[in-house]
Design a protein around this ligand. Structure first.
Ligand code: ADP
Ligand code: MG
Length: 256
C-alpha cells in the first residue's frame, strides 16, 4: 500500500455501491472464485443464483470482509475492502447482512437484539434506540413482539428480527445469503414480503436465493454463477426466460 491518505470515494461517484474486479479466492489449492467482475448500482436489487458450491456465499462474504481474498479488488460504498481495517469498519457500518441461519442472539429479547448494535457501535441513547427498534419491528410486521425471546418465535419471525437488527444500523446496502433456505415453507412468504418492501423502498440489495419467483418479480438483475464464475447476467427476463448458456438452462430446469 502507498502512503496516500485514504479518502473514500463518494459512493455515488459512478453510481456504484459495489465494484468487484478480477476477484480470485482459493481455499488451499481449490480456487472457488475464478476472477469475478461484479458491479451493483445504488438502489439496484441483484439476485445471485447458481448451484451449491458455485461460490455465491464466498463472493458475498468477500464483500463484507468475512472472507479474505487472494487478488483483485473489492470496493463497497467507496471503501476498499481488504486494504485497511478503517475502510472495512466503515463499510461494515453501512452494510447489513442476513444469513441462512437467522443468527439472532438467543439470550436477548427481540428488542435488545435490535438495539444492541446502534447502542454499542453508534452510541445511540437507550430511549432513541428503543424508539427506532419499535419502528423497525413494525416494518418487519412484528409490532408488539419486542419482549419475546427468539425461541418463542417461528423461524420466519426470527429471520425478520435478523432483518430488523441489520436495518437498525441504517445501512446503505443489504446482503442476504439464502435468507429463506432454512425456513418452514409456510413462513418463507412473510420474509420475502419484508424483503420486497425493502426493495420497493429503494434499498440496494444483493440476494443469494433459490426463490426464482421472487428473483423474477423483485430483482433488477439476475446473476447466474457456476463453478466460481459469473456465467451470465441480465434482467430477470433475459436470464430466467431466455438464458444464453447451457449451464444456466440446466440449472433452471432443475429448480423451476
Ligand atoms: P455456494 O454458496 O454457491 O454454495 P460457497 O461459496 O459456499 O458456494 O462455496 C464455494 C466452494 O468453496 C465450495 O466448493 C465449498 O466447499 C468451498 N468452501 C467454502 N468455504 C470454505 C472454507 N471455509 N474452507 C474450505 N472450502 C470452502
Ligand atoms: Mg452458499
Amino acid at each position: 500500500m502507498n502512503n496516500e491518505p485514504i479518502v473514500p470515494a463518494p459512493a455515488g461517484e459512478q453510481g456504484l455501491a459495489i465494484s468487484v474486479r478480477a476477484l480470485h479466492k482459493s481455499f488451499k489449492s481449490v480456487e472457488v472464485l475464478k476472477g469475478i467482475d461484479f458491479d451493483v448500482r445504488q438502489n439496484e436489487v441483484v439476485c445471485v443464483i447458481g448451484p451449491s458450491g458455485s461460490g455465491k456465499s464466498t463472493l458475498l462474504r468477500c464483500l463484507n470482509g468475512l472472507e479474505t481474498f487472494d487478488s483483485g479488488s473489492v470496493t463497497v460504498l467507496g471503501h476498499h475492502i481488504g486494504e485497511s481495517r478503517t475502510d472495512l469498519r466503515a463499510a461494515r457500518e453501512q452494510m447489513g447482512m442476513v444469513f441462512q441461519s437467522f443468527n439472532v442472539f438467543p439470550h436477548l429479547k427481540v428488542i435488545d437484539n435490535i438495539m444492541l448494535a446502534p447502542r454499542k457501535v453508534k452510541k445511540v441513547g437507550t430511549a432513541q434506540a428503543k424508539a427506532a427498534a419499535e419502528r423497525l419491528l413494525a416494518k418487519v410486521k412484528l409490532e408488539g413482539r419486542g419482549d419475546a425471546f427468539p425461541r418463542q418465535l417461528s423461524g420466519g419471525q426470527q429471520q425478520r428480527v435478523a432483518i430488523a437488527r441489520a436495518l437498525a444500523m441504517d445501512p446503505e446496502l443489504m446482503l442476504f445469503d439464502e435468507p429463506t433456505s432454512a425456513l418452514d415453507p409456510e413462513t418463507i412468504g412473510e420474509v420475502l414480503a419484508v424483503m420486497r418492501d425493502l426493495a420497493l423502498a429503494g434499498m440496494t440489495m444483493v440476494i443469494v436465493t433459490h426463490e426464482i419467483g421472487f428473483a423474477r418479480e423483485v430483482s433488477d438483475r439476475v446473476v447466474f454463477m457456476d463453478d466460481g464464475g459469473i456465467v451470465e447476467q441480465g434482467t430477470p427476463t433475459q436470464v430466467l426466460e431466455h438464458p444464453q448458456h447451457d449451464r444456466t438452462r440446466a440449472f433452471l430446469d432443475k429448480v423451476l
